[in-house]
Design a protein around this ligand. Structure first.
Ligand SMILES: NC(=O)c1ccc[n+]([C@@H]2O[C@H](COP(=O)([O-])OP(=O)(O)OC[C@H]3O[C@@H](n4cnc5c(N)ncnc54)[C@H](OP(=O)(O)O)[C@@H]3O)[C@@H](O)[C@H]2O)c1
Length: 230
């Protein structure tokens, strides 16, 4: 079986960590794990020979950092933009720094990572998956306190459509998954005591299958993944 290479941004904990573990168990995948916390990834993935880890910070000269990493790893089949930052605060209390950071990690960093990856993608077919949130999905139930987070995730949905229009004649597919709640440290920190209906193992199985297969059927789509209505 030909080996496929998947790059996962935000791989040190939560959904990203589960994604690395999921892909690493599948036959024929090389996994490139990116986050700021290199030491934790190297320790957690020490027994997974298919995994290579790199330090990567979405708040610092993203395009240059990404190009440096991508130029050393070889052709990329899949990119999952999974890193995220959530601030849960009343609208009036959100600082300029928190607003900037939300957009930097959830949108601008993704934008520049994608700019960097284009020339390293498999020229035959590739799939970029953006991880957004139900909070950023138009018409979904909204939650007070998430104005910085959910607007930045909505912008990520919009980016998916705009990129897809510009690259519609190319071999690059991009889709966006809007996740409902998943039990992770991010969720527990933002909503202490709340119990999500899904864990990281469950959602990572879905996201991995989607990444490997969905681009054969769709491009530029924003998919809500939620067990609640709306
Ligand atoms: N959990 C949920 O209920 C839920 C619901 C909807 C959507 N989502 C989305 O799903 C994704 C994963 O969420 P999660 O709950 O697993 O979050 P998490 O536990 O907080 O993990 C976030 C990951 O992003 C990385 N990250 C954060 N800032 C970064 C930066 N500046 N540069 C590079 N990497 C950075 C973190 O690594 P380092 O700290 O090591 O850099 C970490 O690996 C996020 O995009 C989130 O918005 C989650």
């Amino acid at each position: 079986m030909t080996s496929k290479r998947v790059v996962i941004v935000g791989a040190s904990r939560g959904i990203g960590q589960a994604l690395v573990e999921n892909f690493a168990k599948r036959e024929g995948f090389e996994v490139v794990a990116l986050s700021r916390n290199l030491a934790k990834m190297q320790a957690d993935f020490v027994n997974l020979p298919a995994v290579k880890c790199f330090e990567f910070d979405l708040e610092n000269d993203v395009r240059t950092q990404a190009e440096k990493i991508f130029s050393t790893i070889g052709e990329i089949d899949f990119l999952i933009n999974n890193a995220g930052f959530l601030v849960n605060k009343p609208f009036q209390e959100i600082s300029s720094q928190e607003l900037q950071k939300s957009y930097q990690i959830n949108l601008f960093g993704v934008f520049e990572t994608v700019q960097a990856v284009i020339s390293y993608l498999n020229p035959t077919i590739s799939h970029i998956v953006n991880i957004s949130s139900m909070g950023g999905f138009q018409g979904s139930m909204k939650f007070a306190g998430l104005s910085a987070y959910s607007t930045s995730k909505a912008a990520l949905c919009s980016f998916t459509e705009l990129f897809s229009e510009e690259y519609k004649a190319s071999s690059i597919a991009m889709n966006c998954l809007c996740l409902g709640s998943v039990q992770t440290e991010m969720l527990a920190e933002a909503f202490p005591g709340y119990q999500a209906p899904l864990n990281t193992t469950q959602i990572s199985e879905y996201i991995s299958d989607f990444t490997i297969n969905a681009h054969k059927y769709m491009k530029g789509k924003i998919i809500p993944l939620s067990l609640t209505n709306p």
